[in-house]
Design a protein around this ligand. Structure first.
Ligand code: CA
Length: 484
């Protein structure tokens, strides 16, 4: 058992999860476009994970991975149209069985009705599917309820009210926001925030030279694919193509950052309230997003690709009684690790079949003990199933990310899953050297200088698929050594 666990008071858990909040729009991750003192406060009091990666950069599958601690092929939640059956064991059902009080407020997006309603919660109020930003309806065990106001504020306030009702038993509350998901509708009080031009990312005018067909094929360019609903007003007539692209970027980012402002305000209110109630030290407070997002990098909005901006999720946590403040962890961690880590802090055994790792050994303790481990894995496995859907046209792919390299295989086949195209395309590979090419602009898969790296990573991918129980696509060539 880790030095952070033990016999002391069992912690509460307050887990704030947002939808599509990129690390590049969080102060403590080095944002140059906004400030987030609420989220930063958690990191300052605890830990910032700098290489937290999702196993499938899409809302529904990532939520299932977080709850179950398993990869998409195990949870069977692979696309937006595959939902989580509520016979799954999760970190919530394990906490509840161990005596925790449990509640869920906000965006669920894992299905509704018999067989799909949230399981393991003493109380839940969830948005139907994506939910609405203004005067939203929530599903509850007693039926639908509509609240007046702004969705982010409502989720924060409903969570705080439930927390205030709990007695001495430890509790776990999921504060899972809709924001800052498309179509980015802010609270009216932030309607004029971010009036100054927002800096363009270095890769905004990316032409995708140096990558294969998939980056060209995707329909996520801000310049071409944001809709009237997203933009909410028409660009001025006199602008040329590049100027219109920049204008659309400004409109997109203004509303995105305004939505984030309400999220951060809510986080600050929760941490302030925990302190006022004397619960801050004995509470594990987590902030994460279900995946990253493109904020104009490569000219894009949205997620889906295994490229860094959507692969990487922000993840910070604090637990002042047991975890040293001000830590930055750079080793590879994953969304499948979150549930396992929560259960480790609680001293509760994980359900059988959990594939995530306990991150507690990576942490220095508040009493001064050094971390017991430097890493929990040497490669991260990713798979995106929603092949060539009608809105974004990203090809199905999988791959591995090590500390320095990333290998991607676009198998480009929907395999009959929902929300996928019947079209298949010739498969393609990409390989990136993240040390020399952090923005992933030039694949070196065909570069002879990387023959050894490519061979090692191809074998590693195959091995990781066997280890995790995923089945390589039939088109993926088996590594030579396995044919001997
Ligand atoms: Ca999402």
């Amino acid at each position: 058992m880790s030095g952070v666990s033990g016999t002391a008071k069992r912690p509460n858990f307050v887990f704030v999860l947002t939808d599509d909040h990129a690390a590049n729009a969080i102060g403590c991750y080095g944002s140059v476009i906004n400030e987030t003192p609420g989220i930063d406060g958690i990191a300052e009091a605890g830990v910032r994970f700098d290489t937290a990666l999702v196993e499938n950069a899409l809302c529904t599958p990532s939520r299932a991975a977080i709850l179950t601690g398993t990869y998409s092929h195990r949870s069977a939640v692979t696309t937006l149209a595959t939902h989580l059956t509520n016979d799954h064991e999760t970190f919530i059902t394990a906490l509840k069985a161990a005596g925790y009080r449990t509640a869920m407020f906000g965006k669920w997006h894992l299905g509704h009705g018999e067989g799909y309603d949230p399981a393991g919660f003493d109380h839940w109020e969830v948005l139907p599917d994506q939910g609405e930003y203004h005067d939203p309806e929530f599903y509850t065990p007693e039926g639908p309820v509509r609240f007046e106001g702004y969705v982010t504020d409502i989720i924060t306030e409903r969570s705080l009210a439930w927390m205030a009702e709990q007695g001495d038993e430890p509790y776990c509350v999921l504060v899972w926001h809709k924001a800052p998901h498309r179509p980015w509708q802010p609270h009216p009080k932030y309607a004029d925030a971010y009036p100054d031009p927002i800096p363009l990312p270095a890769t905004f005018f990316d032409d995708y030279d140096g990558r294969g067909t998939p980056a060209h094929h995707a329909t996520m360019r801000i310049a071409d694919y944001l809709t009237d609903v997203d933009l909410k007003e028409d660009p001025p007539d006199e602008l040329d193509y590049r100027q219109r692209a920049i204008w659309k970027y400004q409109r997109y980012m203004q509303d995105y950052l305004r939505c984030v402002a309400s999220v951060d305000e809510g986080v600050a209110k929760i941490t302030r309230t925990l302190r006022e109630r004397g619960q801050w030290d004995d509470t594990v407070t987590l902030y994460a997003s279900d995946q990253g997002f493109y904020l104009g990098e490569h000219g894009w909005f949205d997620k889906r690709f295994m490229y860094e901006e959507s692969l990487r999720m922000p993840l910070v946590l604090s637990y002042p009684a047991r975890v040293a403040a001000g830590q930055q962890i750079t080793s590879l961690v994953s969304n499948v690790d979150i549930g396992q880590t929560i259960l480790s802090f609680a001293g509760v055994d994980a359900p059988s079949g959990v594939q995530g790792r306990d991150l507690v050994p990576l942490l220095a303790t508040a009493s001064g003990a050094q971390p017991e481990a430097e890493a929990v894995r040497d490669a991260h496995y990713y798979r995106f199933y929603e092949h060539d859907d009608h809105m974004h046209h990203v090809w199905a792919h999988y791959g591995i990310r090590t500390e320095r390299y990333k290998l991607i295989y676009y198998y480009a086949d929907g395999m009959g899953l929902p929300n996928t195209s019947d079209m298949t395309y010739p498969p393609e590979w990409e390989l990136f050297d993240l040390k020399l090419d952090p923005f992933e602009l030039q694949s070196v898969h065909q570069d002879p200088a990387y023959d050894g790296v490519r061979r090692d990573l191809t074998l590693k991918l195959w091995d990781l698929q066997q280890e995790l129980g995923d089945v390589p696509h039939p088109r993926q060539p088996a590594p030579e050594r396995l044919l001997q």
